[in-house]
Design a protein around this ligand. Structure first.
Ligand SMILES: O=C(O)CCC(=O)C(=O)O
Length: 286
């Protein structure tokens, strides 16, 4: 039986320093770290960047930094060139996207294949609108609109599912991608120092164990001078729920090797993918 992951796969998650006001400097910094990843680990095949890696993570800034997604827009062109130059699949974190037909702004992840082709986008579907007393208040929906799709993409290694940050709290997206055969859920993210310690590891491990897939969460590094303090701790979790790579709080790259055997062995040992009782939950997607 062939695996949902076609080969062993080296991935790199770049926990970039929090973005600065200069968008092109943020892009250059991403390029520098992608190059470093490929020098350190030349067999890296997938590289992941954080949520809003080239714009401030602030509701009043999204429109100013937004781009229409076309082959010539600044970030698309830049990331496409990096993906082809380094022969990698690049999960280009997320950027604020302007849809010119509606004038709406989305928080959108952009994904390139190793030839630099934009193979898919995911608009954050669940907006981070929370109000935790003495904790954090944030309302993305003040300026952002939510995407309307669950996203699963084909790569030459198998399928991947995409979500952005708060999306990982909704198990349905991961479940849908896993049912379509995804070997991993990838979440460009930017949790904070309030909800990060509560739920970051738990959610990453839960989505992995629920679906017996890999999960990858890529955060910006913590900046204690910023109004939004990202949690850091970028993670890779295996299908058994073990953390196989974890960053600290500063700027760094973490690497992991995904292994089809890990998926297959664990799925054989604990065969939940074959034991589901759709007869008693018929309204759940098979
Ligand atoms: O779910 C959380 O606790 C954090 C989510 C978040 O920071 C985001 O969606 O950007």
């Amino acid at each position: 039986m062939s695996s949902i992951l076609s080969q062993k796969l080296k991935v790199a998650l770049i926990q970039l320093a929090g973005s600065k006001p200069d968008k092109s400097a943020n892009l250059q910094r991403a390029a520098k770290f992608i190059e470093k990843a490929l020098i350190d680990q030349p067999d890296t095949k997938i590289v992941v960047l954080p949520e809003c890696f080239n714009s401030p993570y602030a509701v009043d800034k999204f429109r100013e930094y937004s781009e229409i997604i076309t082959p010539d827009s600044m970030s698309i062109k830049f990331l496409s060139n990096l993906a082809s130059k380094f022969n990698i699949y690049l999960i280009g974190g997320s950027i604020p996207e302007l849809d010119p037909s509606t004038d709406k702004i989305y928080n959108t992840s952009i994904v390139f294949d190793n030839r630099g082709k934009l193979i898919g986008t995911h608009r954050k579907a669940h907006l981070f609108d929370v109000d935790i007393p003495n904790g954090i208040t944030f309302k993305e929906s003040e300026t952002l609109s939510s995407g309307d799709n669950a996203t699963t993409l084909d790569t030459k290694f198998g399928k991947i599912g995409l979500g952005i940050c708060y999306d990982m709290r909704f198990p349905e997206l991961a479940m849908l991608s896993a049912r379509k055969g995804a070997f991993a859920m990838i979440y460009p993210s930017a949790f904070n120092t309030v909800t990060g310690p509560m739920h970051w590891h738990l959610l990453a491990r839960s989505r992995a164990v629920d679906n017996q897939i890999y999960t990858m969460l890529c955060s910006p590094a913590r900046d204690n001078n910023s109004s939004y303090k990202a949690y850091g701790h970028s993670l890779v979790v295996n299908p058994r729920g073990d953390i196989i790579a974890e960053a600290g709080e500063g700027e760094e790259i973490i690497y992991a090797e995904l292994d089809p055997n890990e998926i297959d062995t664990f799925r054989q040992g604990v065969p939940v993918t074959k034991q589901r009782r759709f007869d008693i939950y018929p309204d759940v997607n098979k």
